[in-house]
Design a protein around this ligand. Structure first.
Ligand code: MN
Length: 278
């Protein structure tokens, strides 16, 4: 099943129609987070709701509790970045939930004179609270999967700064429930910028696969329904420019497209804070 968000409402697709889950939800917090968290209790009640025309797709989750991400989790990307460490050395990092945007974007480039790259990634959505979950039980806590772009300014700042600008986490176009993807560690992932293929890989090459990432993250922090985990990007990252169209396609998951704009970009010198000097 595909969980979507349309006109600010969370629901599912039934064929080409939208089934609005709002009547089943409390209205408190992000409706998709609530839908994901109460999925098992809803049973067949979604089946009783009517079809509506689909108005267009938005980011399937707008305010997850957290976005956890894996750096350096494909060997070929580690080599292209000319670093010698991997996720096993670096651990995980967090992106601001306010960085989420949906299908279409746009991704807003913050600087006119800093390189900002696309990173195509498989993301998983946590379905059940998880703490200290072993890898062989990890998939029990995964609700589903979506396409994610981990947009990144290159430079020396902490990852959480360089990857947390507003619009730097496009997700969608929907969440495919986990029952449709029995093995998330065997999916083709491709990314095009203006129809030029930049990334072409398989999640089989993840250093920490989906099970290991859930287990590892849950050994650090409690995972809650609606939390996102971005699994990392393969080789082929590259700079984005005003007017670019970025497309991510993941086997069995879907295709996410966003545009890029520099309409609000400013020179780094203008944005950078001036440290106080004694
Ligand atoms: Mn990344």
């Amino acid at each position: 099943m595909r969980v979507v968000r349309s006109a600010g409402r969370a629901g599912v697709l039934r064929g080409n129609a939208f089934v609005d889950a709002t009547p089943l939800l409390s209205g408190i917090g992000d409706p998709t987070v609530e839908l994901v968290g109460s999925w098992a209790q809803l049973g067949g009640r979604l089946d009783e709701l009517p079809d509506e025309p689909l108005a267009g797709l938005e980011a399937p989750i707008v305010r997850p509790g957290k976005i956890i991400a894996a750096p350096a989790n494909y060997g070929d990307h580690v080599r292209e970045m000319e670093i010698t460490v991997t996720v096993a050395d670096l651990g995980l990092f967090l992106k601001a939930p306010t960085s989420i945007t949906g299908p279409g974007g746009p991704v807003e480039l913050p600087y006119t004179d800093r390189r900002t790259d696309q990173e195509a990634e498989l993301a998983l959505v946590v379905g059940r609270r998880a703490r200290h979950v072993p890898p062989d039980r990890a998939l029990d806590h995964v609700f589903g999967y979506t396409c994610l772009l981990d947009i990144t300014v290159r430079g020396s700042e902490d990852r959480s700064t360089r990857k947390s600008f507003d619009t730097f986490t496009p997700i969608g176009p929907w969440i495919v429930t986990a029952d449709e993807i029995p093995d998330p560690d065997r999916l083709t992932i491709r990314c095009w910028v203006n129809d030029v293929l930049r990334q072409d890989a398989n999640t089989a090459d993840l250093i920490f696969g989906v099970r290991e990432l859930v287990a590892y993250a849950s050994s650090v922090m409690t995972l809650e329904p609606g939390d996102l985990i971005a699994t990392g990007t393969p080789a082929g990252v590259g700079p984005l420019a005003h007017g670019d169209l970025v497309a991510v396609e993941i086997e069995q998951v879907g295709r996410l497209e966003v545009t890029v704009t520099a309409a609000h970009a400013a020179p780094w010198e203008n944005a950078r804070p001036s440290p106080a000097i004694d």
